[in-house]
Design a protein around this ligand. Structure first.
Ligand code: IDP
Ligand code: MG
Length: 165
């Protein structure tokens, strides 16, 4: 059965021009990309995404890292879809701590630990199906994903939005 997972190329990955390398590594999984976009991460989005780590001593540094304070103020967000997507992507990412990650994994090859103690590990990938659902719904609107992975409803909206002038 197909499943989906959220991938973020974090600000250090973009600053180090690793987008191509990371996408090439992920293409080994033969999974489908069903959503992709660049995002400037607000503090609000960062705190929501990493809400489960709020009590950790590195939380404030982590928020600064993911909002791009140390690199570029952008991340690339992707949804990968296919059989065993969550595990396949996590395996290629490697361990959370880049010093403990397999040298040939993305984090092992490109990650580092800063002197402030942040694990700059290039990539985020959902850990399980519940996290994947929460994270994909946080980062993407239904119409930004080309497969109907979760139920969505049509709603009447009067919110202002920008169009090309
Ligand atoms: P994961 O990204 O492998 O799922 P999580 O425990 O969910 O790991 O942590 C989210 C992010 O927070 C990590 O990717 C890493 O950037 C950072 N992080 C996690 N643990 C530590 C730590 O012990 N020190 C510093 N940063 C950490
Ligand atoms: Mg995690």
């Amino acid at each position: 059965m197909g499943e989906q997972t959220l991938v973020l190329i974090k600000p250090d990955g973009l600053k180090k021009s690793l987008t191509g390398n990371v996408l090439t590594r992920l293409s080994e999984t033969k999974l489908d990309i069903i959503g992709a976009k660049m995002v400037q991460v607000s503090r609000e989005l960062a705190e929501e995404h990493y809400g489960h780590l709020k009590d950790k001593p590195f939380f404030e540094e982590l928020i600064k890292y993911i909002t791009g304070e140390y690199h570029k103020k952008k991340v690339m967000a992707l949804v990968y879809w296919g059989e065993g997507a969550i595990k396949k992507v996590r395996d290629i990412c490697g361990s959370t701590n880049p010093e403990e990650a397999e040298p040939v994994s993305i984090r092992g090859a490109y990650g580092r630990i800063t002197t402030a103690g942040v694990f700059e590990n290039v990539i985020h990938a959902s850990e399980n199906t519940a996290d994947a659902e929460r994270e994909i719904k946080l980062w993407f609107e239904p119409d930004e994903i080309i497969v109907d992975i979760y139920p969505a409803a049509e709603v009447e909206e009067t919110k202002k939005k920008r169009r090309w002038a």
